[in-house]
Write a protein that binds this ligand. Structure first.
Ligand SMILES: Cc1cc2nc3c(=O)[nH]c(=O)nc-3n(C[C@H](O)[C@H](O)[C@H](O)COP(=O)(O)OP(=O)(O)OC[C@H]3O[C@@H](n4cnc5c(N)ncnc54)[C@H](O)[C@@H]3O)c2cc1C
Length: 281
């Protein structure tokens, strides 16, 4: 924390440091950073030799009932930094779905395609966000891959997590995309396609009741359990993007379409839960 002027130290909001994901200079003014920089400077001022390695920009904020956290770099930041990335959005419960008080969280993970290393995460929801953000912060500090996240031995009991924690589920979903086992598309990319006037089929695979309660304008509806016998109702020459409530049934529908020979199928990551662009009844 010593400046270019000997014996003059700079810490906190007035000091730049290194971003541990990009390796580049970063200025992310946070109290958590200032406090740790302060200890390093104090050790050095009093004759020690400590270093401050850098930051991940880990942050969390409460927005009314929502917990909103970020760590590492966002999709946009990663692209700006020149990474070739893959990302996913995965809604999940913060504990076992049958346990009273379970709340939703939505996890976005961003990874580097060639190294499969995790680059960042954003998590939002009424459920427990901070635990998952801090797990990712620890993992990012040591430069882990998506595969390593997916095998973490995280604590499980119904009041605390699903048997496979939401974070591990999200890592597995992203791993499937990185391996090319599934082809997903984020909701905002679907909107961009629609705004460009591209001709594609948006396929709602939820139940009749879910469909009636609100669906994306212009979609076609075939419930997942009817899809296999009804695939011939779909124009196979067109791009087909499946969606459901959270993405799981959409991914299953994607698999049915691929097996039926549809070459240009995708599923929508996060589906309706991550769709913030309005529904029609
Ligand atoms: C509303 C708000 C909420 C925040 N919430 C969070 C959070 O939840 N988590 C988080 O990590 N970070 C948070 N931050 C950021 C965090 O507060 C800062 O990053 C941190 O306080 C920076 O510490 P610092 O010591 O560099 O500067 P400061 O805490 O700003 O301390 C600088 C001190 O220098 C004094 N000073 C200025 N000029 C002079 C002068 N000429 N002579 C003598 N003294 C002077 C100031 O009065 C001040 O006391 C928040 C910031 C704001 C504004």
């Amino acid at each position: 924390m010593e400046t270019n002027i000997p014996d003059i130290y700079a810490i906190g909001d007035c000091a730049e440091c290194v971003h541990l994901v990009t390796g580049k200079p970063a200025w992310i003014a946070l109290g958590s950073t200032a406090a740790k920089m302060g200890r390093v400077a104090a050790i050095n001022v009093t004759g020690g030799a400590d270093t401050f390695k850098g930051v991940l920009g880990t942050l969390i904020v409460k927005v009314f009932d929502l917990n909103v956290g970020k760590v590492g770099i966002s999709e946009r930041e990663a692209i700006t930094e020149g990474f070739k990335i893959e990302s996913t959005i995965v809604p999940a419960g913060d504990m076992a779905h049958y346990y009273p008080g379970t709340k939703d969280i939505i996890i976005k993970l961003i990874a580097d395609v060639s190294s499969r290393k995790l680059l960042g995460a954003e998590i939002v929801g009424e459920g427990v966000v901070d635990k998952r953000i801090d797990i990712i912060a620890t993992a990012l500090t040591f430069g882990v891959t998506i595969d390593q996240i997916s095998k973490l031995d995280l604590a499980y009991a119904p009041p605390y997590a699903m048997s496979m924690d939401a974070l591990i589920v999200a890592a597995n979903v992203l791993s499937n995309k990185l391996l090319g086992k599934t082809v997903g598309i984020l909701p905002q990319k679907v909107v961009e396609k629609r705004d460009r006037g591209e001709d594609f089929i948006l396929l709602d695979v939820r139940t009749e009741m879910e469909y009636m309660s609100g669906h994306i304008k212009g979609c076609q509806h075939i419930p997942l359990d009817k899809l296999a016998p009804r695939v011939n109702e779909l124009d196979s020459s067109k791009e087909i993007i499946t969606y459901c409530r959270a993405g799981l049934r959409a991914a299953q529908a994607y698999r049915i379409l691929k097996n039926a020979g549809f070459r240009n199928a995708k599923y929508m990551d996060g589906s309706i839960i991550a769709w913030t662009y309005g529904l029609e009844k």
